[in-house]
Write a protein that binds this ligand. Structure first.
Ligand code: MG
Ligand code: MG
Length: 259
C-alpha cells in the first residue's frame, strides 16, 4: 500500500533530505587519494549525529556502517573498509538519515582527482538520466514513464546499461516503501502518479554488462565484468503542479567547484 504524504510530511522530509545533501557535501570535502572508505564513513556518521539525526543505514537489515560507499566496479551497498582511495577512482556515497521520524535518502558518485574521459562520461550521463527521470515524476504520468526516461537515455541514446536487480522506492516514515521505482520500463505503463507520492529515484548505470553479482561480504553489489558503475539518487515529492526535489546536490557541487 502506498502512503501519500501530506504537505506537513513533505516539509519534514525536506529537512531530512537536505541534511543528507549537506552530509554528502561533508563527505565530498574529504574525498581524495589516500583516505579510506571507513574514514569517510566516520565523517558521515559524526556529521549526521552532530545534526541530531540518526544514520538510517546503520544496522538496517544488519548493515554494519552509516553509509554505503562503493568504489569503481561496486554498484551499491559497499561496506566501508580499509581500502585507500586512489587517483582516478570513482566512489559512490549513499547516505540515509532519520530526522523527526522521516527518512532522507540520496547518493552521489564522486571522482578521486581526475578520472578518464570514459569514466567522466559515465558519471555525467548517469546524473543526467536522474534528472530526465525526475522530469517525468509528475501528477498523471506513470511509473513506466520514469523508467523509460532513464533506460532510453542510457541504453538507446548511449551505450551504457541499467542495473535491473535493484530499483528506487517509495520513502517516508520507512526507508523503503511501496512502490518500487525501476530504472527501466515502458512509456505509459504502470501505476499512475498522484499528488503526495514521495519516491527515491536512483539510476545505477554500468559501463559494461548490466549484470551484477554479490561480493562475498554479502552486501557489496559489483558489476559482473568488473567495469565501473555510477549511482545518483534524489528523493522527490510529486506535488500538484510541480515536482519538488527534496534532497539536493547544491552543497556537494558548491564544494566541488572550490576544490
Ligand atoms: Mg540511497
Ligand atoms: Mg534509495
Amino acid at each position: 500500500m502506498i502512503h501519500y504524504k501530506s504537505q506537513a510530511e513533505i516539509d519534514l522530509m525536506r529537512h531530512s533530505n537536505q541534511l543528507v545533501g549537506k552530509t554528502l557535501a561533508e563527505a565530498g570535502k574529504s574525498i581524495q587519494a589516500g583516505i579510506t572508505t571507513l574514514e569517510i564513513d566516520r565523517i558521515i556518521d559524526d556529521f549526521i549525529r552532530s545534526n541530531k539525526a540518526i544514520p538510517a543505514f546503520k544496522d538496517y537489515n544488519g548493515f554494519p556502517n552509516s553509509a554505503c560507499i562503493s568504489v569503481n566496479d561496486a554498484v551499491v551497498h559497499g561496506i566501508p573498509n580499509e581500502y585507500k582511495l586512489k587517483e582516478g577512482d570513482i566512489v559512490s556515497v549513499d547516505v540515509g538519515v532519520i530526522l523527526n521520524n522521516y527518512f532522507g535518502d540520496s547518493a552521489y558518485t564522486f571522482k578521486v582527482g581526475s578520472v578518464s574521459e570514459e569514466v567522466n562520461d559515465l558519471l555525467e550521463k548517469t546524473k543526467k538520466s536522474l534528472y530526465l527521470a525526475i522530469e517525468q515524476a509528475r501528477v498523471g504520468k506513470r511509473l513506466g514513464d520514469i523508467g523509460f526516461a532513464v533506460q532510453n537515455f542510457i541504453e538507446v541514446e548511449n551505450e551504457y546499461h541499467i542495473v535491473r536487480d535493484l530499483v528506487g522506492h517509495g520513502i517516508g516514515e520507512n526507508l523503503h516503501e511501496a512502490p518500487e521505482v525501476p530504472n527501466f520500463g515502458r512509456r505509459g505503463n504502470g501505476m499512475r502518479l498522484k499528488e503526495g507520492l514521495v519516491i527515491a529515484i536512483e539510476p545505477m548505470v554500468n559501463m559494461g554488462t548490466r549484470k551484477v553479482k554479490w561480493d562475498s561480504d554479502g552486501w557489496t553489489v559489483v558489476s559482473a565484468d568488473g567495469l565501473p558503475s555510477a549511482h545518483y539518487e534524489h528523493t522527490v515529492a510529486v506535488c500538484e503542479n510541480k515536482t519538488e526535489i527534496l534532497s539536493s546536490f547544491e552543497w556537494i557541487e558548491a564544494e566541488l567547484s572550490i576544490q
